[in-house]
Design a binder for this molecule. Structure first.
Ligand SMILES: [Zn+2]
Ligand SMILES: [Zn+2]
Length: 309
């Protein structure tokens, strides 16, 4: 058993980190009336390569259910700009708060999210760092995770590690990368992602606990139905204060997992869009290398009695 092994008992639990994280449907209306700001901290729009959801539809849902969003499209800020524009110019949306962010696909395929308190800061970061290094064919930014984290912070962003234990896009799945190289440079760990297996979320909770890192949660929505089903909340009045409070350790998460009967078609849908718009050869090669590494791990386990990570 390694330090992140998840037991059957832990899998049955629905509260973690002394009630800071609860698996429960959030009632954003109730929390907003109590003075909390509620944000779904991980969302995608049609600007991402794997969603057809327009910013207008997203904002209508935010207004209806009284929650706010961090927008974290893959390697683009077009959706964030459009969302901010609608909030600034249309009365119907002017109460929605936006944390402009971006989910970066790094050279090692692991995802890194960088949040900003202002759209101008995100734009500056994007134009200086992400856009010049974006490789359209590979559907990734040609920066490794360490460089991405460093630049995110240099530009005044809050760096978060989404779904760290996800097999394909989690930072903890990068071979030969010592967490000591970056753990002190990150701001938040995503400990609840509705789109990720419960087991991998529990591992993320244990990891955050080990390093005493601030926590965030979100749905990783690509479709409207799941928007707002996981929220991060604290008592703040502005997005800056909200992010600062999280940094100080003041954040709670309420969330639900998506039902498998919905997750499977959704993942199939988003993956097929990745395949159409991204580079299929790269993704197939990645999966193949992953399997090869697993086989190598099994061989070394047999030879040296070592456990596969
Ligand atoms: Zn991701
Ligand atoms: Zn995502």
């Amino acid at each position: 058993m390694n330090q992140f092994t998840v037991t059957k008992e832990e899998k049955k639990k629905d509260t973690f980190l002394e009630n800071k994280i609860k698996i429960k449907k959030p009632n954003s209306n109730y929390l907003a009336n109590k003075g909390f700001l509620c944000f779904d901290m991980h969302t995608h729009s049609s600007a991402s390569k794997d969603s057809i959801l327009t910013p207008r539809k997203i904002l209508k849902k935010c207004v209806k259910n009284n929650f706010n969003i961090a927008t974290t499209d893959h390697n683009t800020i077009k959706g964030a700009i459009k969302l901010q524009h609608l909030i600034d110019t249309e009365i119907a949306f002017n109460k929605v708060k936006l944390i402009p962010g971006i989910e970066i696909t790094t050279e090692q395929t692991a995802h890194i999210i960088v949040y900003f308190d202002k759209i101008e800061k995100l734009t500056e970061f994007y134009e200086a760092i992400i856009e010049p290094n974006y490789n359209k064919k590979k559907f990734k930014v040609e920066l490794d995770v360490i460089e991405t984290i460093k630049f995110g912070r240099e530009f005044g962003g809050y760096v978060s590690i989404p779904h760290p234990f996800c097999k394909l896009t989690g930072i903890k799945k990068i071979k030969h990368l010592d967490e000591e190289e970056y753990i002190h440079e990150i701001d938040f760990i995503e400990t609840f992602n509705s789109h990720t297996f419960k087991r991998d979320n529990i591992k993320a909770i244990k990891w955050a606990e080990k390093h005493k890192k601030p926590i965030v949660g979100g749905t990783d929505s690509h479709i409207l139905r799941t928007y707002g089903k996981t929220i991060t909340y604290n008592k703040s009045s502005t997005t800056k204060e909200f992010l600062e409070n999280i940094s100080k350790g003041d954040s709670k998460i309420l969330g639900e997992f998506d039902k498998l009967r919905f997750t499977i078609p959704c993942v199939a849908f988003t993956e097929s869009i990745h395949l159409i718009k991204g580079n299929p050869i790269h993704r197939i090669n990645y999966a193949r290398n992953n399997i090869k590494d697993k086989i190598k791990g099994k061989v070394s386990k047999n030879k040296k009695g070592m456990k596969i990570n």
